[in-house]
Design a protein around this ligand. Structure first.
Ligand SMILES: [Zn+2]
Ligand SMILES: [Zn+2]
Length: 226
């Protein structure tokens, strides 16, 4: 996410789709310090660690948006291999993090491990990577403990399975709630600004402005009168 400014080089992001569910794991790092994080490492630990090594990135943390296995399945193994911290999601997703191995058997996704984060996140928390500050918004609906992690200055964020280009997250899983998801998106994400680019858990990047203009579930025109 480079921006043309005279300031220090921006953070770098490489998106690495993993698991048969093609979940977007992001490798986010500071070119200045070489320190980086994985956002939602869902699986394929070897591939992820190889990408970090290729870019000379030292992994200092895993950030999790929510507890589903395709997002969190490799977190425990990456912590074991790198000594990094696992941060997030909100505590309300621990029941899912405790169920990763069982879900893996059910869906035929092997290798995922249950994980207990070193730190839970809640609304209003902040995270940092080489002096770049990230905010945290609690966005329940897809799962009860889902969080979105955003960088206001660089205008980008990681939304997990809350919002997609042209769609929104599923709410037919246990503890999913459709209205709560709509409220999370409109009341918590839209105020971050139309220019905010988002990296979703699956599929291509978009911006909040683009979704407000055209998303069939949460576009401004669709929600009028609701
Ligand atoms: Zn999910
Ligand atoms: Zn997902």
């Amino acid at each position: 996410m480079n921006k043309n400014t005279n300031e220090a080089p921006a953070l770098q992001i490489q998106i690495l789709p993993v698991t048969p569910l093609q979940q977007n794991t992001s490798l986010l790092w500071s070119p200045q310090t070489g320190e980086g994080v994985f956002v939602d490492p869902g699986g394929e630990t070897e591939k992820l660690l190889a990408a970090a090594e290729q870019n000379n990135v030292k992994i200092v943390a895993v950030w999790l948006t929510h507890g589903h296995l395709d997002h969190a399945g490799a977190a425990d193994e990456i912590r074991e291999r790198t000594g990094c911290l696992v941060i997030g999601p909100h505590q309300d997703d621990q029941w899912l993090l405790d169920d990763i191995e069982a879900q893996g058997k059910k869906y035929g996704l092997s290798g995922g491990r249950n994980v207990k984060p070193d730190r839970y996140l809640k609304d209003g928390d902040t995270l940092s990577l080489d002096n770049n500050e990230f905010g945290v918004v609690h966005c329940p609906g897809h799962t009860p403990g889902h969080v979105v992690i955003y960088n206001q200055k660089g205008a980008f964020c990681f939304v997990g399975d809350v919002l997609f280009k042209g769609s929104i997250g599923r709410t037919d899983f246990p503890k999913g709630n459709h209205q709560q998801l709509l409220d999370s998106i409109t009341a918590k994400l839209w105020p971050l600004g139309n220019d905010m680019r988002f990296i979703p858990g699956h599929g291509p990047i978009s911006t909040f402005g683009e979704e407000r203009a055209s998303n069939p579930f949460v576009g401004d025109a669709v929600l009028v009168g609701k």
